[in-house]
Ligand binder design. Structure first.
Ligand code: ADP
Ligand code: ASP
Ligand code: MG
Length: 419
């Protein structure tokens, strides 16, 4: 049972999470709780680091950030004790979460769950601090923003759990972010593949790596509200979803991201090996390149142009990594920081031509320029100007008739100065 930041934001909510965990235990299940840091704690810790350093050391960043989830777990264990149940909290390291050495976005390599298992065998409820582990070099690591989802799925896989329940501040995965589209539809069933595409294209509700991990280890995820008992969204195999849903819609969801930046390299030498060298440099700097587009010169000897997108937070690292190649492999490097991306995802698209044309028509009717396009068998993504993202999401959601019952949100992001 994983509880996100909003679900453990204050004492009342921690007690509520504790009560939910204890209720499950009393139903006869062995329960592991994975908790996130409370409310905006992680953001506040990042701000604290930036107050004392312009370029905080990643190892020390992980020492700092990992404290947030430890606080939640210790408090929740205390609240569970008060309810008369045995409970013990573990850091990621104590829980046996072993990662690689990439500080601030480490990957889980292995979960050595013997200590969790021993505690469960003694009838305890186990609380594991999300979002963290211990590296093969014995240092504390964190798993990237939203990483507690991945902790939960990895622990569920290691224990052979029946299900990984992810309790959050929305009642499930919706046909679009309910903060942008108030009448979005709750999706009762989703395949791993669709959910992967959704997470990869910006639906922040489940961290991408958690869905990858769930698909690879066949862990069923139940994403649901921590404020109600209603069933949420089951993320499971394509076979199970097809069995449950007689008719699959053409488009399942519209997703978006507002943290894209675009890099364009002009005057790129057009010969074998150049692209490899450019993207090698980015890979070595651990930059996550998303879309790539190359314009090849028509005339022999002409120069090519390569554009690609990176998460906004990786832009500085990306341009730094490319600097040594400037002048040798390409002539100029241009960046556009304020970009966004809108995507439509749906397993039904696989067998339907014409969806892309419809997407482009809808965007053009809204006067939205498309800068870059990428597709997979079940996804179409367009890079557009950041400020046009909400308009694009609503237009596509309407055009593909995805409207549903909507949901009441815990807080209004528009009032809070969000999108
Ligand atoms: P937690 O703190 O519980 O991990 P997150 O903030 O990481 O919660 O994820 C939940 C948020 O994801 C929601 O509040 C919602 O705004 C956002 N979100 C984005 N896309 C979707 C979607 N398609 N369905 C549901 N929520 C979404
Ligand atoms: N606390 C971390 C974050 O804010 C991890 C998580 O909540 O999943 O990104
Ligand atoms: Mg999250």
């Amino acid at each position: 049972m994983k509880f996100g930041g909003t679900s453990v934001a204050d004492a009342q909510r921690i007690k509520r999470a504790a009560a939910r965990i204890v209720a499950r235990r009393r139903e006869g299940y062995a329960v592991v709780g994975v908790l996130s840091a409370r409310g905006k704690t992680t953001d506040e810790l990042i701000a604290m680091a930036n107050e004392v350093s312009s370029d905080p050391d990643p190892r020390e960043m992980d020492m700092l950030l990992s404290t947030g989830e430890r606080i939640s777990c210790a408090l929740c264990a205390m609240a569970i004790h008060d309810l008369g149940q045995k409970a013990i909290s573990f850091t990621g390291s104590q829980a046996g979460i072993v990662t690689d050495t990439y500080h601030t976005k480490a990957r889980i390599i292995e979960v050595r769950a013997d200590r969790i298992q021993a505690a469960l065998a003694e009838g305890m409820i186990v609380l594991v601090a999300g979002f963290q582990g211990v590296s093969t070099a014995a240092d504390v690591t964190t798993l990237g923003r939203g990483g507690s989802d991945t902790t939960a799925v990895a622990v569920a896989a290691a224990l052979g759990a029946q299900e990984c329940e992810i309790y959050t501040d929305v009642p499930g995965v919706y046909s679009a972010d309910p903060r942008i589209v108030p009448n979005a539809r709750k999706l009762p069933w989703l395949s791993f593949e669709e959910t992967l595409e959704m997470s990869a294209s910006g639906a922040g509700v489940l961290q991408l790596r958690s869905v990858e991990y769930a698909r690879n280890h066949r862990v069923r995820i139940h994403c649901r509200s921590s404020f109600s008992d209603d069933p949420g969204t089951l993320v499971t195999s394509e076979a199970e979803v097809s069995e449950q849903m007689e008719e699959r819609p053409l488009v399942t969801a519209v997703t978006h991201s507002t943290s894209e930046s675009m890099v364009t390299l002009a005057g790129v030498e057009h010969r074998p090996g150049v692209a490899a060298e450019i993207f090698d440099a980015l890979a070595h700097a651990n930059v996550n390149v998303d879309m790539i587009d190359q314009n090849v010169p028509l005339s022999r000897g002409g120069a090519a142009e390569i554009s690609f997108t990176v998460p906004h937070e990786d832009l500085r690292t990306a341009t730094r990594a490319l600097e040594p190649l400037s002048g040798r492999l390409f002539a100029e490097c241009h960046t556009r920081e304020e970009m966004g991306k809108v995507s439509i995802v749906g397993a039904g698209m696989r067998t339907h031509p014409g969806v892309a044309a419809q997407v482009f028509r809808v965007l053009s009717d809204e006067g939205i320029n498309i800068e870059m396009i990428s597709t997979s068998p079940i996804k179409i993504s367009c890079v557009i100007a950041r400020e046009q993202v909400p308009l694009a999401v609503r237009a596509l959601h309407g055009a593909f008739e995805l409207e549903g019952e909507g949901t009441v949100l815990a807080e209004d992001p528009f009032a809070a100065g969000g999108l």
